[in-house]
Design a protein around this ligand. Structure first.
Ligand SMILES: Cc1cc2nc3c(=O)[nH]c(=O)nc-3n(C[C@H](O)[C@H](O)[C@H](O)COP(=O)(O)OP(=O)(O)OC[C@H]3O[C@@H](n4cnc5c(N)ncnc54)[C@H](O)[C@@H]3O)c2cc1C
Length: 805
């Protein structure tokens, strides 16, 4: 075993081997993989090998397609068979809601370039003769589905990597990992020590244990999972072609052919069982867990109804093995904040569908400093310290039990909640608040009117929240509303070097003392990696306000873009709480509770100042994401209740009522304001997003400046565009295709109803050449293409007079 390497990958399951292969494919040959036993000795060896492109996040779906398409290449490179059976697949719906879901999947597939088609039930039965078509209402045919041999795939990755110069060391457990002063890592293994410039934790079932060696507690938990293999079934034996891969959403099961005449059936039962909740034993390896058919009996019964031939078949074998999940079911990938050159590729619950994409993205990230794809949905930075072991346990159980159930776009899942709350949570609840969760923090989505249950019906269409949210929007546009905005991220930047650091890291203007400036943050390619408001409180004292869900992501970025010793950066989290007031009467309300002049001249738009609000010391910024006259009032958490009481008491005179995140979404859509994660993501060029106007090109060296200039001179490829959609009582949600003259030309990033504009609105990206065309567009919403026209200006107050006056 060598004693020095550029990258040491810990773990020889399908994921670690894929990372190793992709590193070598990018030209890094001085890399190694260390496996404590034989390759595949975690969850990989007993996987069912199924592969498909279903994922809640379109970008991950795309990486799943990459994984499936990669198998031929690694077979060719390595000479090792992957046992490929690209049978194609059927996704089956037994309820109208599921059929809606299939329509959404099919629509999304269009702009992802994936080949999926809704087919008739007669065709479904012809393709998969085991099903009883009377049990279903629809079927989606997917070309990219099938199964592989997990061991073959893992060895193919490893062989191809070895051919490119990588070393694979087996039967060698990594015992300790130690950070070194040169920025690399010393790994103590059973066969001696290795110095690595980078470490990748791809330890699968032992990812937690390997993480703990570096002081990390990763939000990962293994669940037991069972599948069974039937005896030969006459209908299968008689079939002229291999059975398709099937996902039966309502039956909560998946299946495929096994051998000549058997079927493999797996299910995600509702009362799933965690495995090794705190520590995974090192001695676990190639054994299986005891089967428990009673646990999966309800799903099997549905299966026997949906596929009667299965009910007549004997069971040949039952497999029960553990594999890991994260709280939201997507992998944990990327560099870990605070640990230099420490990377994770774990929590991968569908290694045969996702392993290739995970390996590609991580290898890109290590070699090029950028994953090269939009992997926000699997970035390890989407979790913070709040994702404790017990939280993870609750969420993973929930996630497992819902694996094939519909997650409606307006559905908030209950497990692990409430975890983080703001001091005024009980008051918002008493006001009828219906809560969602963002980065572990509860926040009100909307308020149920007096006498109505604060419960939202889940749907792909407009819900019972539609009318109340409309009333909240009207309130904000006509009087004044109040919102708890503690979910925003707040960073305090202090020190002698603060201004210079901010000028380099952020793309916009560094404002004068007492002022605010909107500030995109770019990477070296000119892509948008942050969307902030920067405030200057004093010469060496600044505040950045941004998206709460991106707090770890942005802190990692700040760390990586090195602040000098003379700068301190502190995330204030819930130590700084906020209440926004917005609407034409918000100034009157503020004036009634402060002594200072807060008129438009004394306290203009985009200014920030300290004020005593009632008796509460507060930092008040004059801006509002609603596009109305408004103020964001920040106080330390011990004052939030007093601030709320002051505003509520004084607000009665002005008609003050609370509004929630749903209303804010509607209001910002009417203003064509983009949002982090939806419109602004690290794959969009700043010119494409429209944020270019906030860049300050007078600064000569901010990150991404030359790329942004290049984009400006060449012209952005795409444009963020606002559409008014033909209203048929249903709105776009995000991820729908945009058609123009019969061709898919783009995609929707967010959609909803603009209650005051009285229009269904969608924001999305289309090629720049089409952005000036007003007509000829359609947006496909739940299977129907609805006419859409481009709105060249915001639908409400296009000049922005209201927020400035
Ligand atoms: C019953 C069952 C059915 C499944 N069916 C499917 C399916 O149909 N399709 C699909 O895509 N996925 C399926 N999966 C999930 C799939 O198995 C996992 O997604 C995949 O195996 C994850 O691979 P991994 O490389 O991340 O982890 P693992 O396979 O757990 O690999 C981790 C490796 O790291 C090694 N290791 C750990 N610690 C150390 C250390 N300290 N030093 C050295 N080496 C170490 C281990 O020995 C192990 O070999 C199934 C899983 C189960 C249990």
């Amino acid at each position: 075993m060598k004693s020095h390497t550029r990258v040491a990958v810990i773990g020889g399951g399908v994921v670690g081997c894929s990372v190793l292969f992709h590193l070598t494919k990018l030209g890094w040959s001085d890399v190694m993989l260390i496996e404590r036993s034989e390759l595949t000795s975690g969850s990989t060896w007993h996987a069912a090998g199924g592969m498909h492109t279903v994922n809640g996040d379109p970008n991950i779906a795309k990486l799943q397609a990459y994984t499936i398409e990669l198998y031929q290449e690694i077979e060719r490179l390595s000479g090792q068979s992957c046992g490929m059976h690209l049978t194609a697949g059927l996704m089956l719906a037994a309820s109208p809601e599921r059929l809606d879901f299939l329509k959404l999947l099919r629509a999304r597939a269009r702009y992802l370039g994936l080949d999926m088609e809704l087919i008739s039930l007669d065709d479904a039965e012809r393709l998969f003769p085991l099903l009883d078509k009377r049990q279903f209402v629809g079927a989606l045919y997917n070309v990219l589905e099938g199964h592989v041999d997990p061991t073959g795939v893992t060895h193919a990755y490893a062989k191809a990597a070895r051919q490119n110069g990588a070393e694979v060391v087996r039967f060698n457990r990594v015992l300790e990992t130690h950070p070194c002063s040169d920025g690399g890592w010393d790994l103590v293994t059973e066969q001696g020590s290795v110095h690595a410039e980078h470490v990748v934790n791809a330890a699968g079932l032992w990812a937690r244990e390997v993480g703990r060696m570096a002081g990390l507690e990763l939000p990962v938990l293994a669940m037991e999972h069972q599948y069974l293999i039937t005896e030969d079934i006459p209908e299968v034996l008689a079939s002229p072609r291999e059975m398709l891969h099937v996902i039966d959403f309502d039956g909560e099961l998946y299946m495929r052919q096994e051998g000549r005449g058997g079927m493999l059936i797996g299910t995600y039962e509702r009362n799933g069982k965690p495995w090794s909740e705190r520590t995974t034993p090192w001695e676990f390896g190639h054994e299986l867990l005891a089967d428990d058919l009673d646990r999966i009996a309800p799903s099997l019964e549905t299966g026997f109804t949906h596929y009667p031939a299965l009910g007549r078949a004997g069971i040949k074998k039952v497999i029960n093995g553990p594999f890991t999940f994260t709280p939201d079911g997507n992998p944990l990938v990327g560099p870990v904040r605070g640990l230099h050159h420490y990377w994770v590729a774990c929590g991968v619950m569908a290694g045969l569908s996702q392993g290739g994409g995970v390996g590609l993205a991580l290898a890109n990230w290590i070699v090029h400093g950028d994953p090269g794809y939009d992997i926000w949905a699997m970035d390890v930075a989407r979790y913070g310290d709040w994702a404790t072991m017990a939280y993870t346990n609750a969420k993973v159980r929930e996630n497992y039990s819902r694996r094939w159930r519909i997650r409606f776009p307006n559905e908030e899942l209950p497990a692990g909640r409430p975890l983080r709350t703001t001091p005024i949570h009980d008051r918002l609840e008493a006001a009828g608040g219906v809560f969602g969760v963002s980065y572990g923090l509860e926040h009100a989505l909307w308020y149920a009117p007096h006498g109505c249950d604060p419960v939202e019906e889940v749907t792909f269409r407009r819900s019972n929240a539609h009318q109340p949210v409309g009333a909240e929007c009207s309130l904000v546009r006509s009087a004044v509303g109040l919102m708890d905005i503690t979910t925003y991220a707040k960073y305090e930047i202090k020190g002698r070097g603060a201004e210079a650091w901010l000028a380099r890291v952020l793309g916009g203007r560094v404002p004068k003392t007492g002022r605010l400036a909107l500030n995109p943050m770019l990477d070296g390619h000119g892509h948008v990696v942050g969307d902030f408001t920067l405030g200057k409180l004093a010469p060496e004292h600044f505040m950045i306000f941004g998206s709460g869900i991106a707090e770890s992501y942005h802190l990692r970025w700040f760390d990586q873009h090195g602040s000098a010793d003379s700068v301190t950066i502190r995330a204030l989290g819930t130590n700084l709480c906020g209440i926004a007031i917005a609407g034409p009467r918000s100034r009157d309300l503020l004036a009634s509770v402060v002594r200072e002049d807060v008129g438009n001249v004394a306290f203009p738009f985009l200014h920030i100042r300290q004020l005593e609000v009632g008796i509460v010391p507060a930092l008040v910024g004059r801006l509002s994401f609603t596009g109305e006259l408004g103020y964001e009032i920040w106080v330390t958490s011990d004052y939030q209740r007093a601030l709320h009481a002051t505003l509520t008491r004084a607000g009665a005179e002005f008609g003050l009522r609370p509004f929630g995140a749903r209303a804010l979404n509607s209001l910002r859509l009417e203003k064509s304001f983009g949002n982090w994660v939806r419109e602004f993501r690290p794959v969009y060029g700043v010119g494409e997003t429209g944020l270019e106007r906030f860049l300050d090109f007078n600064k000569l060296d901010f990150i991404g400046r030359s790329a942004a200039l290049r984009e400006r001179s060449e012209g952005p490829k795409r444009r963020l565009t606002t559409f008014i959609v033909g209203d048929a009582g249903v709105d776009a949600l995000g991820d729908e295709p945009v058609w123009h003259d019969g061709t898919v030309v783009g995609w929707v990033t967010s959609g909803g109803y603009g209650h005051v504009a009285d229009k269904s609105i969608a924001l999305g990206y289309i090629p720049s050449a089409l952005a000036t065309a007003a007509q000829g567009f359609e947006i496909e919403i739940i299977g129907e293409r609805r006419p859409a026209r481009v709105a060249h200006a915001a639908l409400v107050d296009p000049d922005g007079a209201r927020m400035r006056s």
